[in-house]
Design a protein around this ligand. Sequence first.
Ligand code: FES
Length: 440
Amino acid sequence: MSYSIEHIKNMVHPTKIHRTIYTDPELYQLEMERIFEKTWIYVGHESQVANPGDYLTMNIGRRPAIMVRDSKSNEIHVLHNQCTHRGAKVAGKTCGNARAFRCCYHGWTFKTDGKIIGMPHKTGYDGTDISVDNPDLNLKAIRSENYRGFVFANLCDDGPDLEGFLGDAATSIDNMIDRSPDGELEIAGGVLRYRHKCNWKFFVDNLNDTMHPMVTHQSVDDACQAYMDELPEGVTRSKESEIISPFGSSYKMFDDMGVSVGHNGHAYTGGKTSIHSSYSEIPGYLDAMHANYGVEKTEEILSINRHNTIYYPSLTIKGAIQAIRIVRPIAVDETEIETWTFRLKGAPDKMLQRTMLYSRLINSPSSMVGADDLEAYVRLQEGLSSGGSEWVDMSRFVDREQHKEGNMIRAIGTSDISLRNQYQAWLEYMSASKDEQEVA
Ligand code: FES
């Protein structure tokens, strides 16, 4: 099948979208071309390449890329991970440290800024443009920008700069950084990386879906509640139950939490309260914050309590728990999600321990909560592959309970406004292509 722009527009209505948006392999390829390879995609945090020569590899859409700290200038570059000889990936590992990248196939070698510096047995290229002096043979650079340590790359040279892309939603990154007594974050605690057998959008859709926790996570909440009910008087409840129990909160709690949406599909749930609001204090943390910010500023920082922020389409953050999840689509029905945790510099170690506990409990493959979500995603993928019902609803609280807050729109927490906002962005990306409208 070929998709015209008109056809794509007919798939996204104000309050419903067509099921094949999640299931058609051809549409998936168009999404890679028109969304993931046309806008700002998160590649990594600068602390992951702290030392000269440190590098990290990832895919931007379908394109292999390297984020590397220049071994000479200390700048961070994002480069195509593709040898300019015959195209092999020059960096084969997910991360490491290199003085230079030497291609494993014929040994062409590139500096960490991408410049070609060597090719074995150079004879035989007389009369050709194959030479280490030819800049066309350097690893190709990808447009990249760093927002307060968060590095994004964009395969398209046109369009807004990174700050313009993030808009007011950048305040969630600001707040996560401000929660560090030293005003700095660093990645710590390793990565949880695992594949979901579903389309990438189910994961993104779910982040601000506040109508599912009390149903999807009911069994784990029941178990948690039973544990708390049986606790002998005077015994402090475990940190695990403190993290899990808010997932069984009432509809009213999620209504009151609120949701804000901005341009480009970005959004966050929470505001002054979220499911993270009732965590107990970590000894020493407030003292460290007061010492660096003073009491008033500390209160201001900690009064912002957001749940999930989506930087559509590739990054989601939990500022109040200092964790991020990265969306890496693999196929129409397969998605890799990476969870990374941050250390708040200047904060007690127990802050990082709680962040890691949260990720294990909620986000890991053996999680008690995330596994419920995964079950729902797989059922959605399988259910929507049938033609029983053609449309996916997102009409809750349409045009109601909404007001402007800066450049974002605020709504009641269980509104579907975040979904509507994402699919408006999806439609804009998918129908704004300068490419041929028909795809063979
Ligand atoms: Fe890299 Fe030949 S493909 S050196």
